[in-house]
Design a protein around this ligand. Structure first.
Ligand SMILES: [Zn+2]
Length: 408
């Protein structure tokens, strides 16, 4: 196994979560009677470039099938985040009706709809058929494809270079990061800007966020490493912001090497120094993460067993990918968590992969009056607790599993 970026031999394991089914393959009732495929889930860290990466990967088209259930528009806080970004970037880059915006992994048009409102021409690229269709229904032109070198070349031939290329939570999800970044270089207009958001590896390690590891998530990136990857393909990171989304993300700003109209900001040097001071340029920083994850596991399992013995009822909220990694690594099944509530009608009536816990509508919380509600998407805990605060009426408590089990 060689590093996906620098091709150096990988010998250091970052974490081994043993195995898991693809985190977004929700099951129908009939499928519960069929065998379920589990794939190894193990990450390595490269001791040359410090790219943390999954060891084996399934073919992308096996994972992103027709049933791929994640629709971005079902999270109100994510929609707000998208709208704020569109207002900010439109001002900053002085985008107009003459500009061309492209979003990779545009999902159901949750973000591009705000460019559409401003009448700024935009194109979505989204390999998953049902979310791409939802975007088209909003009036957003969407290509149902994977982005990379090939597609970028084709877009250029059609005269469709972009002034702004956006990628939110896609950079870490591409199997071939070199091909992807090479494509960005090709598809970007000479004075154009690329912005990408992805979870920051520094936060993942500090906050025990091992549940953000799943098969669709190939790379785990520090700012140092992503800067090296972009530089290799002729792109300079000239600005960066630290965001609170997904437990701590980075938003990077890239331009062509040749474009000297955008000087590198002090944010870049400050973050490089911060990462270096944490030890992110030394292998030791990456080792020992397994023990941290196991502590989280033991605390959660102990809690669930105690509640079971005392006859308390525990349910969960949020059928997100991260919940599936957590529950599968902890070996939790329906006997310990009766059901999980999710707002997405695409998931209700189905069952979580691996654990087979049923996904139901929020109404079930009111009907069942559980003693504890375990919030799986801890990154949205404030939004969710606020939404479910009526459960305090019968004395229910909330539990957050990450960074370490907390009850309130
Ligand atoms: Zn490497």
């Amino acid at each position: 196994m060689k590093c996906r970026f620098c091709h150096h031999e990988l010998t250091h394991i970052f974490i081994n979560l043993v195995n898991a089914p693809p985190s977004n393959s929700f099951l129908t009732k009939d499928q519960l009677n069929e065998p379920e495929v589990f794939y190894p889930l193990k990450l390595y860290v490269c001791d040359k470039c410090f790219l943390v990466q999954i060891d084996e990967y399934k073919k992308s088209d096996e994972i992103f099938n027709q049933d791929y259930a994640y629709f971005s528009s079902f999270s109100t806080s994510w929609l707000e985040h998208a709208k704020k970004y569109v207002d900010m970037i439109t001002d900053r880059l002085e985008l107009s009706t003459a500009s061309h915006v492209m979003e990779i992994a545009s999902n159901d048009g949750y973000l591009l709809q705000y460019f559409l409102e401003k009448q700024i021409p935009c194109l979505g690229i989204e390999p998953s058929a049902n979310t791409a269709q939802a975007a088209r229904e909003k009036g957003i032109e969407t290509l149902e494809e994977f982005f990379g070198d090939d597609l970028a070349e084709r877009l250029v031939q059609e005269g469709r270079k972009a002034d702004l290329i956006i990628g939110n939570n896609v950079l870490a999800h591409v199997p071939d990061i070199n091909d992807f970044v090479k494509g960005l270089k090709i598809a970007l207009n000479s004075g154009g800007v690329v912005t990408m958001e992805f979870p920051h590896l520094m936060c993942l390690i500090q906050e025990n966020q091992f549940d953000t590891i799943y098969h669709e998530h190939f790379s785990y990136l520090s700012f140092h490493t992503v800067r090296r990857i972009f530089a290799e393909h002729g792109l300079v990171l000239f600005d960066v912001e630290e965001l609170s989304t997904h437990g701590g993300s980075l938003r990077i700003y890239a331009r062509h090497d040749e474009d000297d109209s955008k000087p590198v900001t002090s944010n870049v040097t400050a973050l490089l120094e911060k990462e270096a001071s944490k030890g992110m340029l030394q292998l030791d920083y990456y080792l020992g993460f397994q023990q941290k994850a196991d502590k989280v596991k033991y605390a959660l399992v102990t809690f669930l067993l105690e509640q079971k013995e005392q006859g308390k009822k525990v349910v969960a909220y949020g059928a997100a990918a991260k919940g599936n990694t957590l529950l599968n690594y902890c070996g939790v099944k329906k006997d310990l968590i009766e059901f999980v509530v999710d707002a997405s009608p695409h998931k209700q009536g189905k069952f979580l992969p691996g654990s087979h816990i049923p996904v139901v509508a929020e109404e079930m919380i009111k009907l069942n009056k559980p003693d504890y509600i375990l919030i799986l998407p801890w990154n949205l805990k404030d939004e969710i607790i606020n939404q479910l605060n009526y459960a305090n009426g019968w004395g229910a408590k909330f539990a957050i599993p990450i960074p370490l089990l907390e009850i309130f």
